[in-house]
Design a protein around this ligand. Sequence first.
Ligand SMILES: *Cc1c(COP(=O)(O)O)cnc(C)c1O
Length: 467
Amino acid sequence: MEYSLKKDLDCLEQLLQSALSEGLLYLGQLHELPTSVSVNETIQPNLNALGKGGAATLEEFKTRYRQLMVASTGPRYWGFVTGGTTPAALMGDMLASVYDQNTQTSSGQGDVSALVELETVQLLLDFFGLPENYLGGFVTGATMSNFTCLGVARQWLGKQSGFDIAKEGVSGHLPVLSATPHSSSIKALSMLGLGSQNIRLVPVMEPTREAIDLQALEKTIESLHGQPFILISSGGTVNTVDFDDFSGIAQLKRKYNFWWHIDAAFGGFAAVSPEHAHLLNGWEEADSITIDGHKWLNVPYESAFFFVRDEHKYLQVETFQNSNAPYLGDPLENFNYLNLLPENSRRFRALPAWFTLKAYGKEGYREIIERNIQAAQMLGEFIQNSDAFELLAPVRLNTVCFSLKEETKVQPFLNTLNNRGKVFMTPTVFHQRKGIRAALVNWRTTEEDVNLVIEEMQLVIRQISEN
Ligand SMILES: *Cc1c(COP(=O)(O)O)cnc(C)c1O
């Protein structure tokens, strides 16, 4: 064994403790650390012939990169839709790296990490109040979950006309309908050969909404003259967290032949709050559902899961099986995840989710979800009552989409606010208006954080009007 490798093996415990101490130092300072940094670090591309060992490598990391680690897992990182990591999720994630299982099979010889994944999928179905007849699995993010679900949808669509698209490839234009699809679903259509331009946009209910207009949807369906199609619906759009009317869509599904996919990347968590669960009424009839783990479940990146109705299990295997040989037997009996989703080798991705679900339960999550919603409403009320800001849409759940009354000041305001490093928000465009989005999905966020951000916003408004 090479010298530094042998030396590291001999002091493994000490090395891991030093990495843990470094991590704890970061977590201990999380409330004070900046939410954004400016980067001057230049890349050093040359690799030494002789390694320096773990301890010296940690020192180099500390010198060059430690101060560039932003508080993205902290309570005021409201850009994109960025979750944090609960203590138990972190425990599970660390152990997933330690165990380093290749999570594929759930039975027979080899490891049984997939059994933990299947159990976690059942816990999640229970958590979301969904029926048991979904086959679920973990992928890296909602983008890959949308890809997985739409991959099976594509196979279904081909079968409606007697084609095996997984084997024969896509030919011609296949209809996909949606009102406000997330960019990642459009990306999935590109990757699947369905063509991002082939999506047919159905009108939304009214100008301030992002939810699909059901009458317009039915008219579009009628214009297809019975041709089967895929419907991508939204369970929480990113700008205004609008929900398509799932009960209405469920009724249409009884009348027309289509694959119903729901992207509920973060909006699915409304199911955990009795006051908001109605937003999802009817979703239990969807063919496939996407939900992110690294957003509101507060497990580390990269984690998301899909649920595909298990009556489609053969289509799912046709789409993702890792060989050209005909599949042997029932895919749910000869279970192997590599025949059911894009990745072959996979990390033990379910473990952090399993830990955090077991540790905090439905009540723990209800409290986090409702606290985040309340915090968003508090911020929304401040904006509504202020002279400088205005809401671009009502605060429906956990996201505040707003602008400045003077639109030319939006960018300078956002730049100054983000540069100060106390809070991070992202720019958006909503109905041709330049806007700003704050999405609250972190388990640490409290009322105090909202008050601190409100003070920051007022201070920045004063600053930019002086200039
Ligand atoms: C975040 C998000 C995605 C993409 O998720 P990733 O985890 O970044 O791949 C898809 N759909 C919706 C509604 C989202 O909010």
